[in-house]
Design a protein around this ligand. Structure first.
Ligand SMILES: N[C@@H](CCC(=O)N[C@@H](CS)C(=O)NCC(=O)O)C(=O)O
Length: 200
């Protein structure tokens, strides 16, 4: 691979998914991040909402953390993180990524946004409680799924764990894993990996 891969964003946010994927793949990428980058005109040229992460390779631009990670796997010969297009495992990967983002992460994100509002906590309490309940229902599915297997797709670590693991870790930070021991053990396994980019 001869074209420089530039990732916009770094740290424990969703850019961590991309950094972790690149490290697992042994890919050399460069990172661009500075105070004020989110929302900037420079970033808006890559991402219509000027959010992170985004990726640029020559004149090819991609945003959304999961597709960026998937692209990095797809362009890496011999990689073992993600099954090829058309394989059943690839569709299962898509299923769990979609599930984690829509049934768990969306509610965590909404609660985070409510926390940013300058209105009294009492005014957001009902919405926060509903978000806890709905994200909890998604987490219960993951908890059950991981009761008798090590990783999301079975016994082998995969890209699915990088993406869903990030959501699981945010759930932990949001106090949602206290009664979910299988997910706590799952996170411990992820934190044991040498390239882990999740933050405690
Ligand atoms: N679904 C997007 C979410 C992107 C996103 O919301 N990124 C956050 C950082 S984790 C961001 O840039 N937020 C800026 C803001 O909220 O103003 C992805 O997975 O990449």
């Amino acid at each position: 691979m001869n074209e420089q891969i530039t990732i916009y964003g770094s740290g424990g946010n969703r850019a961590a998914r991309v950094a972790w994927t690149a490290d697992e793949l042994g890919l050399e990428v460069s990172y661009r991040h500075y105070d004020g980058m989110i929302g900037s005109d420079e970033l808006r040229r890559l991402h219509p909402q000027a959010k992170i992460p985004a990726m640029q390779v020559g004149d090819f631009v991609l945003f959304e953390s999961a597709p960026i990670c998937q692209h990095l796997c797809d362009i890496t010969p011999g990689q073992r993180l993600l099954a090829p297009q058309g394989a059943k495992e690839r569709s299962l990967h898509n299923q769990w990524v979609s599930f984690a983002q829509s049934e768990i992460e969306a509610y965590l994100w909404h609660s985070f946004q409510l926390g940013r509002l300058e209105i009294a906590k009492t005014e957001t309490a009902a919405a926060l409680a509903l978000n806890r309940q709905l994200s909890g229902a998604g987490l219960d599915v993951l908890e059950q799924h991981l009761t008798d297997q090590q990783f999301i797709l079975g016994e082998q670590f995969s890209l699915t764990d990088i993406i869903v693991g990030w959501t699981t870790n945010w759930s932990r930070k949001s106090g949602l894993l206290e009664s979910r021991p299988a997910l706590q053990s799952y996170l411990a396994r992820l934190f044991d990996r040498p390239h882990v980019a999740l933050t405690w």
